[in-house]
Design a protein around this ligand. Structure first.
Ligand SMILES: NC(=O)c1ccc[n+]([C@@H]2O[C@H](COP(=O)([O-])OP(=O)(O)OC[C@H]3O[C@@H](n4cnc5c(N)ncnc54)[C@H](O)[C@@H]3O)[C@@H](O)[C@H]2O)c1
Length: 272
């Protein structure tokens, strides 16, 4: 159902890799709500060729950018401003990667060069992106910037590994940069803390099936899907949430405020 919530709004979407990606679903929903965007991803992800299918489907263009590289980000923002012949209204940062997770390194035995790489991709890239947007004055007043997070930023999930620290850093950048973006440009910056979701990044976490089943049993409304996350993101890009900023917003079916659910008590009681 479209309410044209994003009519005349223009933006950039980072991180659509394939049909399962949260960013992919968000792009489709933004299009349905009347918004326009440039799609971007790292050159290595573009070589998979899938993003072009989404570009065709949504009548958008693709500009490659490694989100850790300032020159790529500058080029992306310049091309975006040129393409739309003006400033933009929304940006989705949907990027995450840990080399330690990929290579199965335990948290107590991390490779710190890999840690630095994952931190740069998953957290510092958000600062780099906002710094380029800010300095090029690329955002319209009452624009909205959203990054995706996970609640391992607040609580321990042993297998989430160094991504937990990256998410804590990401959420802090949203607050710190969001202050200046709000004060100087009237732009809001938030993170959405999403339920476990079966995507390439999600499934890369050890024990993901256990993770997602546990969260499903703990959440009174059940896990939030990628489609539902896309719906929520649209509200944050719309004019209906203009004074929401510097927040980490849980989109998790209630998981974050549940101590234990009856389903989990029943399972644990059976096993004891
Ligand atoms: N899947 C989950 O369970 C879950 C839960 C909460 C939050 N998130 C977050 O949602 C976001 C999107 O992940 P997803 O689950 O859709 O998985 P995904 O694998 O589909 O998306 C991750 C994206 O990051 C991109 N990326 C990696 N390195 C990059 C770089 N250097 N420059 C630019 N892009 C780069 C990848 O190409 C990919 O498109 C991530 O921040 C992730 O941590 C995911």
């Amino acid at each position: 159902m479209s309410n044209n919530l994003l009519r005349n709004k223009k933006g950039i979407i980072f991180g659509a890799l394939d049909e399962n990606s949260i960013a992919w679903k968000t792009a489709e929903k933004i299009k349905a709500q009347g918004g326009e965007f440039i799609l971007t991803n790292a050159p290595v992800a573009l070589r998979m060729g899938k993003l072009n299918d989404l570009a065709k489907k949504t009548n958008s263009i693709v500009v490659a950018a490694d989100a850790t590289r300032n020159d790529d980000l500058e080029n992306l923002i310049d091309k975006t401003l040129e393409h739309f012949n003006g400033k933009i209204d929304f940006v989705l940062h949907s990027i995450g990667m840990s080399v330690n997770v990929r290579k199965g390194k335990h948290y107590t035995d991390l490779n710190h060069d890999w840690l630095t790489k994952g931190w740069d991709v998953s957290a510092v890239s958000f600062h780099k992106l906002m710094q380029v947007l800010y300095n090029k004055d690329a955002m319209n007043e009452w624009g909205s910037i959203v990054a995706l997070s996970y609640m391992a930023a607040q609580r321990v999930f042993p297998d989430y590994n160094d991504m937990a620290d990256n998410k804590a850093y990401l959420e802090s950048i949203a607050r710190s940069f969001g202050y200046f973006f709000g004060k100087e440009k009237k732009v809001r910056v938030n993170t959405i803390s999403q339920s476990p979701t079966p995507t390439t990044a999600g499934q890369g976490v050890k024990g993901f099936d256990g993770f997602i089943n546990y969260a499903e049993k703990m959440s009174p409304l059940g896990n939030a899907t990628a489609d539902e996350c896309a719906d929520y993101t649209i509200t944050l890009f719309s004019d209906l949430t203009r004074k929401v900023t510097l927040q980490n917003l849980f989109h998790d079916g209630g998981f974050s405020n549940v101590g234990v659910s009856q389903e989990v008590i029943d399972i644990v009681s059976k096993n004891s």
